[in-house]
Design a protein around this ligand. Structure first.
Ligand code: F6P
Length: 538
């Protein structure tokens, strides 16, 4: 019922402009939401009082609150895999937490965290030593998807806290990735973490084999295990692969891969920045959990971020969403959010097996500002497609000597959202051209190129500084946003069947490419491409 009411409301708005809404001096306060010292401003969108009421009604109808409570309490809300969804437990300080099969999950979570801490400290202090003595100078995390994107993004984000061994991330099965990463490293002082929830992912296991050969060549076979650690839910498989159980950090199947940064998958990050900042990040995630569980309606930041997303995608029909961090250290956030949002909500079947009647989640993309301004903002400002933009910016940077650069960064961020909203009319463009000395047809022609339609929506998340705690809050904010969007769409945000078909076909194509089978069953396009590769490589 609310879907129809929402689309009806949007139609009624007609050619309403955000700038008109902004004539209300109280709009910025009324259409922003605060969580402690963070502010999410969604006043530069067409969400007005009526739209917000209807969106909140929609969330109520979808049962977001009940579903949220079911998630936090450990009920198996991942219904297609029969699993609980409890990544929030990884950042829960307790004392007691959710129960799965009647068991409190926290004792195990905290024990693993303590073991991670001991191992990380051992590496950082030199107590955990390489085979030939000395200290580990480098750590290579081999993983892909959720076993890579989260820790890789966070390691970059928290560079100012980086005082441990150097961290490197290898994900792609393309041998170039591991080759170029290991190229500059000394195997005698390098530790490899094999990170895989399933411990079967072809990319990760292939790269792990390559890393083992690289290590064995340098230090021999006998004690190569001392240069490895593993993080996985399949602890039996890590043992079969030859990693000593004392170096294996397990986690339960109720932690989804793309939600796993908070536990053992964050081991590399913990080694890089130290356990204390790592725990601060967990505390930040927990702050956001507490807020999400208690803040009412329009006061709830993840809820509002989700509802604004739904307004733009499902109600207004904008197919993509740009994430634009004005924070160079968040340069991997868009890639991280691509997995979080698109793997979670890129589905066209509802939980009950019926076909979705509204569009699935949007395409998520982006780059840090100001780089994006000199690349794709042209389309965002003047292209035919409206791209809702999500800006993120800190009030303070980490480089006091370069505060003037941070001021420029912030000015650019705020200017972009202003420009997107205001635009520039044909009359304004004509005046600029007249000022430049143009007249007649040429003035008219040139002016038209300089018109900005404006009325392009954006949200801005501002926070004091990118600290471990703030990063934890930001990540948890997006996790819960994805959760709410999934509940409203009625889909399961916690499975990812859509990645399976390609994996199966790749497995079947490998022997065809190797010339072991003929691939006669393949379509003409695939056969032609296989032929090309086979004949070209010789
Ligand atoms: O193929 C998708 C996926 O299953 C992701 O969901 C996951 O994060 C990634 O692969 C890696 O999986 P694993 O951690 O089991 O190696």
């Amino acid at each position: 019922m609310s879907w129809n009411a929402l689309t009806g409301h949007r139609e009624q708005q007609g050619d309403l402009r955000i700038a008109e809404l902004m004539e209300d001096a109280g709009r910025a306060e009324a259409f922003s939401v605060r969580m402690d010292d963070m502010v999410l401003d969604y006043s530069k969108t067409l969400v007005d009082q009526g739209a917000r009421d209807l969106l909140l009604e929609l969330a109520g109808e979808a049962g977001v609150t009940a579903r949220r409570d079911a998630m936090f309490s450990g009920q198996p809300i991942n219904e297609t895999e029969g699993r609980a969804v409890l990544h929030t437990a990884l950042r829960d300080p307790g004392p007691s937490g959710a129960r799965v099969d009647g068991q409190d999950v926290l004792p195990e979570v905290h024990a693993t965290l303590d073991r991670m801490e001991e191992f990380a400290n051992g590496l950082r202090t030199g107590k955990v030593r390489p085979v030939n003595g000395g200290r580990f100078t480098d750590v290579v995390n081999i993983g892909i998807g959720g076993s890579d994107l989260g820790p890789a993004m966070a390691t970059l984000a928290l560079a100012p806290w980086h005082d441990g061994p150097r961290l490197h991330y290898v994900s792609n099965v393309d041998g170039a990735h591991i080759h170029d990463t290991l190229d500059g490293l000394d195997p005698k002082t390098t530790l490899v973490i094999v990170a895989s929830k399933t411990f079967t992912t072809i990319e990760t296991m292939t790269n792990a084999d390559t890393a083992r050969r690289w290590l064995v060549n340098a230090i021999g076979d006998d004690e190569v295990g001392r240069h490895f650690a593993a993080v996985s839910s399949a602890v039996d498989k890590t043992a079969q692969w030859g990693i000593d159980t004392s170096r294996v950090f397990g986690f339960a199947d109720w932690v989804g891969g793309r939600y796993s940064l908070w536990g053992p998958v964050g081991l590399g990050l913990m080694i890089a920045i130290g356990p204390k900042p790592f725990r601060e990040m967990l505390a930040g995630g927990h702050d956001m959990d507490a807020h999400f569980r208690t803040a009412e309606g329009a006061e709830n930041m993840p809820l509002m971020l989700a509802l604004v997303g739904i307004w733009h995608r499902q109600v207004c029909g904008h197919p993509t969403r740009a994430v634009l961090p004005y924070d160079q250290r968040l340069s991997r956030l868009p890639a991280y959010l691509q997995q979080l949002e698109m793997e979670s909500n890129g589905k066209s079947v509802a939980m009950d097996g019926s076909t979705l009647t509204v569009p699935s989640g949007p395409v998520v993309w982006g780059e840090p500002g100001t780089n994006g301004q000199h690349a794709f903002y042209q389309l965002i400002h003047q292209g035919t497609e409206v791209v809702p933009c999500e800006f993120l910016v800190a009030a303070r940077g980490h480089e006091p000597d370069l505060a003037h650069q941070h001021a420029l960064l912030v000015a650019n961020c705020l200017a972009q959202s202003e420009a997107l909203m205001k635009g520039r009319s044909l009359d304004e463009a004509r005046a600029i051209m007249a000022e430049a000395g143009l007249t007649g047809d040429e003035l008219e022609r040139q002016a038209r190129h300089r018109v900005f339609p404006g009325n392009r929506p954006s949200t801005t998340l501002v926070y004091p500084q990118l600290t471990p705690r703030m990063l934890g809050r930001i990540i948890a904010l997006y996790e819960h946003r994805v959760f709410v969007e999934g509940v409203v769409l009625g889909i399961n945000s916690f499975d990812q069947w859509g990645v399976e078909l390609g994996k199966e076909l790749a497995k079947a194509l490998a022997p065809v490419l190797a010339g072991e089978t003929d691939g006669a069953d393949k379509d003409p396009s695939t056969r032609m491409l296989v032929d090309y590769v086979q004949t070209t490589r010789g």
